[in-house]
Design a protein around this ligand. Sequence first.
Ligand SMILES: [Cu+2]
Length: 820
Amino acid sequence: MSKNNLLLLFDRPLETVIVPKGPNQIAFDVPVDLLSDRYKPIGMEVSNRFGEETKTKIPVKKISTPPLGEILDLERHTNFSLFIPKHRKIAGRLINIFLGMRDVDDLLAMAIYARERVNPYLFNYCFSVALLHRPDTQDLELPSFIGSFPDKYFDSQVFARAREEATVIPQERRQPIEVPIDYTASDLEIEHRLAYFREDLGINLHHWHWHLVYPFEGAMQVVNKNRRGELFYYMHQQIIARYNLERFCNNLKRVTRFNDWKEPIPEAYFPKLDSLVASMRDVDDLLAMAIYARERVNPYLFNYCFSVALLHRPDTQDLELPSFIGSFPDKYFDSQVFARAREEATVIPQERRQPIEVPIDYTASDLEIEHRLAYFREDLGINLHHWHWHLVYPFEGAMQVVNKNRRGELFYYMHQQIIARYNLERFCNNLKRVTRFNDWKEPIPEAYFPKLDSLVASRAWPSRVEDQTLSDLRREQDQITQDLDDLRRWRERIFEAIHSLAAQDANGQTIPLTEFEGIDVLGNMIESSMLSPNRNFYGDMHNMGHVFISYIHDPDHRHLENFGVMGDSATAMRDPIFYRWHAFIDDVFQQFKGSLPRYTEAQLNYPNITVTGVNIQSGNGPPNTLNTFWQQSDVDLSRGMDFQPRGNVLVRFTHLNHEPFSYNITINNASGGTKRGTCRIFLGPKVDERGAPWRFVDHRLLFIELDKFTVNLSQGANNITRNSTESSVTIPFERTFRNLDLNRPVGGAALSQFNFCGCGWPHHMLIPKGTPEGWQCQLFVMVSNFDDDQVVQDTAGTCNDAMSYCGIKDRLYPDKRSMG
Ligand SMILES: [Cu+2]
């Protein structure tokens, strides 16, 4: 065997060697024992799949392999650092294994065995050191590190463009992808003057290479080179001297020592590199990822606008939109999922694919107390519901699209319920109610690291570290120049309207905030939507709050960074700060609600109608007990990606669920005739954080709606049974996640029934988590007079099964009473 074949192992670091490598399409014929467990049973199949492409096959020797032990402790999809002692130690072990192989054939077999198993960065480093230092391979010319790991040298956006060039544009028409010299920051950042030096490819390659030639761990003859310590000093001294010369050329003083380790570090750095190994983008010919370049428009913008239009045009509103998750899985799944998905979809035959498991705890650990709520905040269904709600109720657009019945009130109510539900989940996790974010000077203690990658922007979503503080925004490119003082002014003016029960419109006319319609005016004012009585005066408080928070890491765009998850309704609910911001917004609404006159008895009472008994039955269990559990479900990812070849790639994720149950309600009708009523069911916590009973004024804010339905009451006792799955709040699990291409009716009534609006609380999240020992809660059931509730309209054929939080599409809200 030519020892040059060893160099093929640097090609496509994550892909098995059974798949052909290099320009000559050389594949290795690998003894089964050397393959990883995943490929052992399917190695033959995979190599047959690529049989046609393979030009040459190189037989690999059967050897007995040493145990890799702790070398495997470093996971495959993670980064590798020579500065971490443990990484250094295992690198030393692997280098020694490679150095110890008797000849080139044994080395190849061993290297393949390791390559199929160990972290690709670690493998690359150790294999390079070994080749450089073995007498029988040191004449080999190592491929440039850039070729194996371009992700460490190029802006992540380069890869998206490279992929487009490589898959769409014929070879001879391709153009080089230009990397702008200034992509990591702008002149607002004085240290950016040196970017051309610090980000120079050659300098960084030199530094990597130096440490390859002079490793600090490994066999003695490899580490113990002549005057190694002195050279360590001198090479780095020269880097600093050169850096200082460059600084002088840029009118900057010498670099300052970092020797006070208590001081904050003023220099920020946003590398804009993506780890190809840790995330979904792969190195090779970049056939990896879905890039929806709809010609010119930003694809997210395109998707949003096109969806709003389809939902609201009379001639398309019966079309069923594909689940958003299918189009932009990157907003819902950990970026590591994509690397694995690509491997499944490109290498493994369809029938042998396995679902990719998403761990439930990938964004943080138990050291972070707020992480206890991650299962709620990062639930796919909840985030899909929120995206959909804002799609159905956009705040800007044509009048007939925005101006829906009671949209301002529904904005208040739907978000109020999110906060109530979040608080119940917090109680179930021994946490107190979420704290309002209303002091905008204070640092935000909650950090959030989304671990999502934007497939379109080819950038990681920015993170927020602990204790960051809001600042005025000066982002000319986004046309956002806004002061925190504006936010404060709007808040004052909104409170003035609330306390005087009157708003001013743009013409100076007074709009009274009445008992029933006032909340709708306020909702549009606070959000704000274009229905706001006076956007100039009352501003854009809730929306701008999202914007201020989402740009907290780069308020003046000096580092050219994009917005964080709070800037997108598809991802905002993942971040703990969403709930703190909305707790503040809700509190403003409650200030208004608190100023309204009490309900009279006549408003609430339904004379001669009495609820005489209520109980809940879950399966065959004891009465009045709800059972929750963790469940794993699979979602097909393939829709949102253009893998080659196509096929199903399942992602398996863990979510909360509950056993189906039924309410048994006894209602006595003593009116002497038949009556109709609206049965309303809510659930709240039994006691507060102190274990004390609630005052009603506080308790009412913590009731979550479970169901609402009409009942026909004949004389005497009526026994009503209602199933949890019929809830007016939720849409079924299958609807949130179903594959739209399967079992779809061809037309007519069946099709319109199949069609739906994706807005609706996900059914699997209807009931709070509870606790292992049981969590006490309180059910509230009332029956109101249908004559006072009724809205006369035709609701047939429209999506009306999740109307509590979403209304009915293009109809009046089907309950005349105030929401909540
Ligand atoms: Cu929202």
